[in-house]
Design a protein around this ligand. Structure first.
Ligand code: DLL
Length: 437
């Protein structure tokens, strides 16, 4: 951690508010000048930027939604021309087009510094060997952590999801990994593989684990700490806001400090859109105040959490958020991938011969999430009794779903009548979540 970081992290709340309002005004000017969506939104709400003088005034500003970002595909929300963009990522889990996000050179520097800051909170230093087990791809997890860990001078192993779990465990053992960064479900699977390979945690050098990108619980934390002999820390973020590094646990591990020198956090009631009373649960809303390429005003995350009252024993003044308690929408987080039931339904509907019905079953096998999609052959199809044709049809559905969602899926045929009964006439897929975290 730099002295600079410590100065920001322990600022008085008054100084922090002043800093936030100044940066917010800069951001509002930037988006008003450069993003047609925001110019229109601010004008339509008769907002004069100079009138936003205190953090309370943020409530006058319009929200930004996932739908707004989808509509702006690919670059309409960018506040800089492409020549100033040095990195592009995209989020999965939306119907149709993904949400594309961009970073300027300064954005990448801030991002790396914030991830580094969070790793430092978890006790990681330049002496650590850090294994990043998130995919290096359009997903922000891999590269986000990679740059952050390099920023503090740690030795980074870009393991990504290379090879199978046994390869990952071998790397962990032979390369003397001391910090593991991945999704909690991946860590559980690695722990199980390690046991099956007859490797005892004492043969490893692991000390710490940073886990995030999907919901997990205190029970999972205990299990990971016991089986891997580590201290485990929660990390939260989302591609639209930046990626990992939005908030994370410090050594006290009692809530995730939000990096408030870069983001303003609010909790709103998702129905009334009004702020909830202090400490109550609601929807997390973030405003970015330093981003140049992809600034967002009052972005509705769809994640449910609360802000924890009181000070943290670590001395940092940044507010803490609780673990994410769930979603306000029906987004499914599965092995770190984000999927909407509607996205599955649309894909199924696109296959000729399949009835417009489906049931989604989420399960867990060997600590990994599983996805099963139950579909029916349309009653008017002429090959209902042709086993070979049915198998081809099933394979087509599997291929389409896997290529849309980017994750493994099992497809089972059920009788159309049975699916119809279960759907109770609704046009949405039924989701059965059997996972127990
Ligand atoms: O998951 C960024 C990230 C990567 C965070 C690595 C932490 C570690 P997205 O793919 O855009 O970005 O997904 C964001 O994942 O809105 C939450 O619903 C969920 N999520 C992220 N972190 C946590 C967490 C990355 N610690 C979405 N606990 C978010 C629960 C989480 N859910």
């Amino acid at each position: 951690m730099t002295t600079d970081d410590r100065t920001y992290e322990t600022m008085s709340r008054d100084d922090l508010s002043q800093l936030q309002i100044e940066k917010l005004q800069t951001t509002l000017n930037r988006v008003y000048r450069n993003v047609a969506f925001y110019k229109h939104a601010l004008d339509a709400n008769n907002i004069i930027i100079e009138d936003i003088r205190s953090l309370r005034d943020i409530r006058k500003l319009p929200f930004t939604t996932k739908q707004d970002l989808r509509t702006s595909y690919p670059y309409d929300m960018f506040a800089l021309p492409l020549r100033d963009i040095v990195r592009i990522h995209a989020s999965s889990g939306t119907t149709g087009k993904p949400i594309v996000v961009g970073y300027s050179k300064n954005d990448i520097q801030h991002w790396s510094a914030l991830v580094a800051r969070q790793l430092t909170w978890a006790g990681i230093t330049e002496h650590d060997v850090v294994q990043v087990g998130f995919t290096y791809s359009l997903f922000t997890g891999g590269l986000g952590y990679h740059f952050g860990a390099e920023h503090i001078g740690a030795s980074v192993i870009p393991a990504s999801t290379h090879g199978n779990l046994r390869d990952q465990v071998t790397i962990m053992k032979d390369f003397k990994t001391s910090a593991l960064i991945c999704a909690p479900s991946t860590a559980l699977a690695l722990a199980r593989t390690m046991t099956s390979m007859g490797i005892h945690p004492e043969q490893l050098h692991l000390k710490r684990g940073i886990f995030g990108s999907e919901p997990w619980s205190e029970a999972v934390r205990k299990e990971l700490e016991n089986t891997l002999r580590i201290t485990a820390y929660d990390s939260y973020g989302m591609s639209e806001i930046m990626g990992p590094g939005v908030s994370g646990e410090c050594e006290k591990r009692n809530g995730l400090h939000v990096n408030e020198d870069h983001f303003i956090v609010e909790i709103i009631n998702p129905s009334t859109l009004e702020p909830v009373p202090e400490g109550d649960e609601g929807e997390l809303v973030f405003t970015t105040i330093t981003k140049e390429a992809f600034p967002l005003i009052r972005y509705r995350t769809g994640d449910r959490a609360c802000l924890l009252p009181g000070e943290c024993g670590c001395g940092r003044t940044f507010v803490r958020m609780s673990r994410v308690a769930g979603r306000t929408d029906d987004m499914i987080v599965l092995q770190g991938a984000k999927v909407l039931p509607a996205q599955i339904f649309e894909t199924v509907l696109g296959v000729a011969g399949i009835a417009p019905l489906c049931r989604i079953v989420l399960g867990r096998q060997n600590d990994a999430d599983t996805l099963e999609v139950d579909v029916a052959v349309s009653s008017d199809s002429d090959f209902i009794d042709d086993i070979k044709a049915l198998e081809n049809l099933r394979r087509t559905v599997v291929e389409r779903l896997q290529s849309t969602l980017g994750i493994g899926v099992a497809v089972t045929f059920l009788e159309e009548g049975r699916l119809q009964n279960e759907a109770h006439g609704k046009k949405q897929p039924l989701v059965i979540d059997k996972r127990k975290l």
